[in-house]
Ligand binder design. Structure first.
Ligand SMILES: *[C@@H]1O[C@H](CO)[C@@H](O)[C@H](O)[C@H]1NC(C)=O
Ligand SMILES: *[C@@H]1O[C@H](CO)[C@@H](O)[C@H](O)[C@H]1NC(C)=O
Length: 508
């Protein structure tokens, strides 16, 4: 069992309560506190064994600074009480070392890049290796999914669950000592609730003897603790900001957002902002009701399919269709194909089909004239015949007047040209020169009823052009040159491959 960690916490609490009444065994109290401060990294990398009184005082002060207590440097009652509170078992590392004088941006950079590390990919798989026996498995699965989604909703990360086999991030429930060293042995209810490893080890461990719960009220909310530990597996260290999810201490769900500005800046520092659209957050209290959430999607083999159509549940980067009416949908470093009369393929890495293409493209168009794929990202463009990048690509297309970060690219049959849309303008582009034709750009008003900022467009076999933005589509009549219908694509356009998007199951 947690001979050092758990013992230290319990002793700290007991002694803290006793301290007022009687002198107490000061030497033992100091030793327990020393072990606690060692476990959580307050003596630096090298600090094990005994410490001088000056080092000890400094460590206590650092702890008091991180936990927003008066900086007395001695083991007073508030400090001992704080040491006994339920918390994350991962060390506080760099977060305390930064003095109050250092800018918090610098501190965060140090915290995350030097100590936390990061993943070099944006699409990560996770797996729940075992389940707490007394909670309904489907509720735990929803809670874990929501915990990952907290982070993916505010960054460029994308997660999906695998039910067996290898996974980038593994969540496991353990009892007591589990070969992570005695310092990391679990200590039963209270004390250390869980801990996790920084990238790219991908392990988060939870104390199976903790009183986990998925409701408000009794016990420790598993959703909050999973969300915190997932933060570590992504490279985030403890935050000194009290309201942060990455604060070492257990956070209660309430009307505030689960992530604070500090959490969001830290994750975006590592992985950037969501590729399109805004960061999405919900108030904490929403996450105390997993028992009410739809669970249909998560039984057995339906899980696999809801993942294959992952794009159905969020926005995508770009979309196009080829002459055989195969749809190509792009998101992050993956794409999906939806054949004319079938379900969506599994997500495929962009790199295998279009070597050299970066993740998170801005726009894509398939030309019916040349039968080539054109991709746009930033100021550059790529042109592929099959899987072969054409000679001379990528090119700096912005140098020839094409817009940087175009919203949407489309091969427009009427003009036998490519069209790029950007904000309130569109550009007609020659395929031969990839330059803008004379008299363009022009105002989007030429495309009556079309909003600015679409994510992608395609010409469907019914002859209409469909534009997409967030969860909406606009059906455009090529003859009338105007939008003739609009709606929600996931539920209203069966050919988008989102067969399971009906029935209110889109949320999770
Ligand atoms: C993430 O964003 C989606 C909308 O894109 C929303 O439906 C979902 O509830 C959000 N999840 C969390 C955990 O905030
Ligand atoms: C897609 O998969 C679902 C679930 O198996 C099935 O009911 C549906 O018929 C499939 N659609 C097509 C077009 O194959």
């Amino acid at each position: 069992m947690g001979a050092r960690a758990g013992g230290a916490l319990r002793a700290a609490l007991a002694l803290g309560l006793l301290a007022a009444a009687q002198p107490g065994p000061a030497a033992r109290q100091r030793r327990e506190a020393e072990l606690f401060l060692e476990k959580y990294g307050y003596f630096g990398e090298l600090g094990t064994g005994t410490h001088s009184p000056a080092e000890f005082t400094e460590a206590v002060r650092d702890f008091q600074r991180v936990t927003h207590l008066p900086l007395s440097g001695v083991l007073d009652a508030p400090t001992l009480h704080q040491m006994a509170l339920p918390r994350c078992g991962t060390g506080d590392g760099e977060s305390h070392a930064a003095g109050a004088h250092r800018a918090s941006a610098t501190r965060r950079r140090r915290r995350t890049t030097q100590h936390g590390g990061r993943w070099y990919k944006r699409h990560l798989t996770y797996r729940v290796v075992n389940w707490p026996s007394y909670l309904p498995q489907h509720e735990v699965r929803l809670a874990v999914k929501a915990a990952f989604e907290l982070w993916s909703n505010v960054s460029s990360l994308v997660f999906w669950e695998v039910q067996d086999g290898p996974a980038d991030i593994r969540l496991t429930f353990f009892h007591g000592d589990h070969n992570d060293g005695l310092n990391n042995a679990f200590d039963g209810p209270g004390g250390a609730l869980a801990h996790a490893f920084f990238p790219r080890r991908g392990e988060a461990h939870f104390d199976s003897a903790e009183r986990w719960s998925l409701r408000s009220g009794k016990g420790r909310n598993l959703f909050v603790v999973v969300a915190h530990e997932v933060g570590h597996t992504l490279g985030l260290e403890h935050s000194p900001v009290k309201s942060a999810l990455m604060s070492p201490y257990y956070k209660k769900l309430g009307k505030d957002f689960v992530l604070s500005w500090d959490d969001i800046l830290a994750i975006q520092n590592l992985y950037g902002k969501p590729s399109k659209g805004l960061a999405i957050q919900l108030p904490g209290k929403v996450f105390t009701h997993f028992q009410d959430w739809s669970t249909d999607l998560y039984g057995g083999d339906r899980q696999q399919r809801s993942l294959s159509a992952y794009y159905c549940h969020s926005f995508f980067d770009a979309i196009t269709a080829d002459t055989d009416h195969n749809l190509y949908i792009f998101k992050g470093s993956h794409y999906w194909v939806v054949p004319a009369s079938s379900n969506a393929s599994d997500p495929q890495p962009l790199q295998t089909r279009w070597p050299g293409l970066p993740a998170g493209i801005d726009a894509c168009a398939w030309s019916q004239l040349s039968r080539k794929f054109y991709f746009f990202k930033g100021g550059r463009c790529w042109c592929y015949t099959g899987s072969t990048l054409e000679a001379g690509f990528p090119q700096k297309c912005s140098a020839r007047g094409l817009p940087r970060h175009p919203d949407t690219a489309l091969y427009f049959q009427q003009l036998r040209h490519l069209v790029l849309f950007k904000g309130p303008k569109y550009f007609v582009v020659s395929e031969e020169t990839l330059g803008v034709e004379p008299y363009y750009p022009r105002s989007l008003r030429d495309w009556e009823g079309l909003p600015p900022g679409t994510a992608g467009a395609l010409t469907h076999r019914d002859g209409f052009i469909y534009f997409f933005r967030d969860d909406q589509y606009w059906q455009f009549d090529r003859a009338k040159l105007q939008v003739v219908a609009t709606g929600k694509w996931a539920t209203e356009l069966p050919w988008m491959g989102c067969w399971d998007a009906n029935g209110g199951q889109v949320l999770f």
